[in-house]
Write a protein that binds this ligand. Sequence first.
Ligand code: ATP
Ligand code: ZN
Length: 286
Amino acid sequence: MNTVLRIAIQKSGRLQEDSLKLLKESGLHFSNGRDQLKAQARNFPVEILFLRDDDIPQYVEDKVADVGIVGENVWIEKQKDNELVKRLDFAKCRLSIAIPRSENYTGLSFLSGKNIATSYPVIVKQFLKKNNIEAGIHEISGSVEIAPGIGLADAICDLVSTGSTLLSNGLKEVEVVLQSEAVMIATPKLEAEKKKLLDQLLFRIQAVQSAKNNKYILLNCPNEAIAKITSVIPGMKSPTIMPLSRPGWSSLHSVVDENDFWEKIDQLKSFGAEGILVIPIEKMIA
Ligand code: ATP
Ligand code: ZN
């Protein structure tokens, strides 16, 4: 039988859309009809399993799935025999401690002897231990943010992205326990054939991620400025230079990192660059 790599992703929820998008941008074609439990890629030996995110680390440990996409928070909390193979740069959020807004927060010692409601008892316990704080942990599975309001706990530890849920429940964020993003996890010691498929997939994901972090840039510049401009945007190997029909001018093509893009544009302009075009890149292979 031909080897197939089984990838578990969230069935529905905050990770689902971006997980599917990543696999599709990596060139996998599959149909994802509603209520499906699994889908077979048509053009790559991959099978996708749709599961609750909380169950994914266990399924990966049990080798029901070879690979899974989950929040780092879930991966750490579950403490399963999983290997982190790639950070995926989406579903960014933080796991934070919040207390009623009316309380005066004086630092971590505030939590001593208090009761903290959370769905992440393992992570909270580690955090308290690391900081030498003795506090009670009250594990609840959902709607953690209402716990202080109904007298169930003095504080909570829950996922935050904008903080609006905290605000509407009269809470304030006081400590960040963990910064999280989606991660790809895998069964340790995958058999060689599967490892090969995973490596191919990781190569594609890398190309998609690099492309997202870079832009293709074209500009016109006086020939005297080429050296200076090249030092700012060296590109993957070196820029492409083509003469313009106007004497003394060239068109220069290169690649620029999204993060220092604006700063570089200002420099390029000061060196005499004109007619700057910036274009998204779909895939990028160094
Ligand atoms: P399931 O039904 O699969 O158990 P769930 O309700 O536990 O889903 P979601 O709310 O869909 O989970 O969140 C899934 C993951 O998305 C979280 O574990 C976390 O990593 C990430 N996440 C959670 N909240 C946010 C947020 N506000 N912004 C960005 N990412 C988030
Ligand atoms: Zn869940």
